[in-house]
Design a protein around this ligand. Structure first.
Ligand SMILES: Nc1nc2c(ncn2[C@@H]2O[C@H](COP(=O)(O)OP(=O)(O)OP(=O)(O)O)[C@@H](O)[C@H]2O)c(=O)[nH]1
Ligand SMILES: [Mg+2]
Length: 360
């Protein structure tokens, strides 16, 4: 999954103004008539819900908006350069890359049609008509167009899921997602089947929420073991977590603790995220037999424990409605990390601009 890219954007330069004089037959002194250069086009990023990854940026990383056309004689102004609208998926965070020092978060694109100006087009230069004065009626000066802004941007996609399923490999996370949604993640009896987060929409009669299945987490993941923890950024914004435990594992409680410890080493704020523990695979007789013992052992204050079988569906509906309860109570959370570190600028949407053209 392409979820972090660096791109270069360059707004169009303004067209030059020109020096020109009226030359007409029988008019001995023609005045200045140099037109202005057109403004350069600006570059905008636009939130688009039909985009779900940053894949389109894999091969295309440079974007230029059109230049303004130079002015001409006879007071002809140059055409302004077209603005460039680059579509990005919802959940894209935009950072301005600084030469040295940390990059600055400039926008968080979360709404359909949300537009963010990332590089402003250069202003067109004025033609010599503007420089005529009473003492200089034949000015030989005109302005050059200003260069368009250029920026290096880091785009970072953080999926917008309401609930994330975390757990060790093979716990049955993907099986659970496919049991409750139309998503069809790969399922197999070996660890690290899921390599990239998969989202599914869970409808539960009176509402729906987005559930994210993410790769398995093992001890030492924060040091890069297994698939690491990078993918956890996709659940940073969830409202609640389902911690799915493999009931058939040797020591489910220890598995649980290891995953929780990794989670906290990734981001301490995730510890506070409302969550449910779900012990999976109770269709297996030896797991069913352990239910009372596990119920006793999983006693985290305020964290309910559910017993399910993602394979047969037992207990799954109850789990989902419990998750929905949490989701509907909690406003969307973020880690708080970035908001504290960076000021977030949210430019007002420009409703007059149309999100159309992608590319140059
Ligand atoms: N008996 C039983 N097997 C299950 C159940 N849920 C999942 N499994 C099996 O457990 C294995 C792992 O399932 P997955 O859904 O791929 O597990 P996962 O947590 O997504 O695993 P990773 O993506 O590798 O982290 C598969 O062989 C599933 O068929 C269940 O409720 N009962
Ligand atoms: Mg999986």
């Amino acid at each position: 999954m392409i979820d972090r890219v660096e791109i270069y954007v360059k707004a169009g330069d303004g067209g030059n103004g020109v020096v020109s004089f009226r030359r007409e037959k029988f008019v001995p002194f023609g005045g200045p008539d140099g037109g202005d250069g057109g403004n350069g086009g600006s570059v905008y990023l636009v939130g688009d819900e039909s985009e779900s990854t940053l894949l389109s940026f894999r091969y295309r990383k440079q974007f230029h908006a059109e230049k303004g056309v130079h002015g001409k004689g006879k007071n002809m102004h140059g055409k302004r350069g077209e603005d460039l609208f680059i579509k990005v998926p919802l959940g894209t965070q935009v950072r301005l890359k600084a030469e040295n020092g940390p990059s600055i978060l400039i926008a968080d694109i979360v709404e359909q049609g949300q537009q963010v100006l990332v590089a402003k087009g250069g202003k067109g230069g004025r033609g010599n008509t503007h420089f005529a004065t009473s003492t200089n009626q034949a000015p030989r000066t005109a302005e050059k167009g200003k260069p368009g802004e250029e920026k290096r941007l880091l785009l970072d996609l953080k999926l917008i899921a309401d609930v994330g399923i975390i757990g060790s490999p093979n716990a049955g996370k993907s099986t659970l997602l496919s049991a409750v949604s139309k998503a069809r993640p790969k399922i197999a009896d070996y660890p690290f089947t899921t390599l990239e987060p998969v989202l599914g929409v869970v409808g539960i009669g009176y509402g729906s929420f987005v559930l994210a299945d993410i790769p398995g987490i093992i001890e030492g993941a924060h040091e890069g073991r297994g698939l690491g923890l990078d993918f956890l950024r996709h659940i940073e914004r969830t409202k609640a977590l389902i911690h799915l435990v493999d009931g058939s594992s040797e020591d489910p409680v220890s598995d649980y603790r290891k995953v929780e410890a990794e989670l906290v080493s990734y981001e301490a704020a995730l510890k506070e995220r409302p969550r449910i523990i779900a012990v999976n695979k109770i269709d297996l007789p030896h797991v069913r037999d352990r239910m009372p013992e596990l119920e006793r052992k999983f006693t985290e204050p305020g964290v309910p424990v559910h017993f399910i079988s993602a394979a047969t569906g037992e207990g799954v509906r109850e789990l989902m409605s419990k998750a929905w309860d949490l989701v509907s109570k909690v406003p969307r959370l973020s880690t708080g990390k970035e908001e504290a570190e960076f000021k977030v600028f949210r430019p007002r949407p420009l409703s007059s601009k149309k999100a159309g053209k992608q590319g140059e």
